[in-house]
Write a new protein. Structure first.
Length: 98
């Protein structure tokens, strides 16, 4: 690779970084962070930003203890419904004497 080719490659890289920097600034202007924390982006800050793979979210944020309590409560509700159905069925079977 000659010196001219190397310099041309470096120039392309610089232009690409400048374009990315402009896009980052534009994105920050569109979606401000939190109230009162409108931090200005500087080239040093944007240069340090790297994409970090996001951690996979757990299936649910419920603890085993809470899950057991919810299951017990649901079973209690089902039992209440079953009791009501049985009571209604018994009442329907009993025919009043005429």
């Amino acid at each position: 690779m000659s010196a001219k080719q190397l310099l041309a490659e470096i120039e392309r890289g610089i232009r690409a970084l400048q374009k990315a920097h402009a896009l980052c600034l534009k994105a920050e202007a569109v979606s401000p962070k939190a109230k009162g924390t409108a931090a200005k982006a500087t080239p040093a800050k944007t240069a340090k930003v790297t994409k970090v793979p996001a951690k996979k979210a757990a299936k649910s944020g419920i603890s085993d203890e809470s899950r057991a309590k919810m299951a017990a409560a649901q079973q209690k509700r089902w039992a209440k419904i079953r009791r009501a159905k049985k009571k209604a069925a018994k009442a329907a079977l009993v025919v009043p004497a005429v």
